[in-house]
Design a protein around this ligand. Structure first.
Ligand SMILES: [Zn+2]
Length: 230
């Protein structure tokens, strides 16, 4: 048993590296240019710190970074990224379903726990949680990107349309206050909302969820994905 754990911690990157790998994976998945400056902004750390970490990651074979070009995950880096993202998302479900942790809090809690989940435990969680394809916020588990492929950002919806909320993007998941606000206002996956008003000059839109009105700014709305009703 101890032998097993040792082998696993030796092959698995440190929690910090796992966090970097997960963000690089998400940015690459979304077709974003993965550069050090963007990582520093997303991780809220100094760009000098990012530079040092990226050098270490390149040395250890997690990423490939040619001067002046985007950062790419190596095969080993991609595998490690998918692994930590899966552990994160399964942990979110475990906290939500088994411990009734509020939807707005499972992401932050899972950020701490995900690094400590062994492969054996991950397999057990997957089975017990019925092999989910999406996290509680609607983001696809690695390999299930196609499930979310047709959902559109809320900013693409015209006034008067009624749509189903499907997904709050990973970038928005890191904003705890925003998640609490969305939860309180019923703007969560599965909710039916009407786009009541769009004010481009104001960069806002008003949503109706039941009888309740909520105003969202475009910078927030672009991270909320919806499905149009047939
Ligand atoms: Zn999530």
């Amino acid at each position: 048993m101890a032998q097993n754990n040792k082998t696993q911690t030796e092959t698995r990157p440190t929690p910090t590296i796992e966090d970097y790998l997960a963000i690089i994976y998400v940015m690459a998945r979304d077709g974003e240019k993965v550069i050090a400056a963007r990582l520093a902004e997303t991780l809220e750390v100094a760009s000098s710190t990012v530079t040092v970490t990226l050098k270490r990651m390149e040395r250890d074979g997690w990423i490939a970074a040619e001067t002046g070009k985007d950062i790419h995950l190596t095969d080993q880096g991609g595998e490690a990224a998918r692994s930590v993202i899966r552990r994160h998302m399964l942990t979110e479900w475990m906290l939500a379903r088994m411990l009734n942790v509020p939807w707005s809090r499972v992401h932050a809690e899972a950020d701490q726990i995900e690094h400590a989940i062994s492969e054996a435990l991950e397999t057990q969680m997957r089975t017990n949680l019925d092999d989910p394809q999406l996290c509680p916020h609607g983001n696809p588990l690695p390999g299930y990107e196609h499930v979310a492929a047709d959902w559109l950002p809320l900013t693409r919806v015209l006034p008067g349309e009624t749509v189903i909320i499907r997904r709050i993007h990973e970038i928005a998941e890191d904003n705890h206050e925003l998640l609490e606000f969305l939860e309180q206002n019923g703007i969560v996956p599965g909710a039916q909302v009407e786009v009541a008003e769009v004010l481009p000059f104001n960069q806002t839109m008003r949503l109706k969820v039941g009888n309740q009105n909520t105003v969202l700014g475009f910078p927030t709305a672009k991270y909320i994905y919806i499905e149009k009703q047939a």
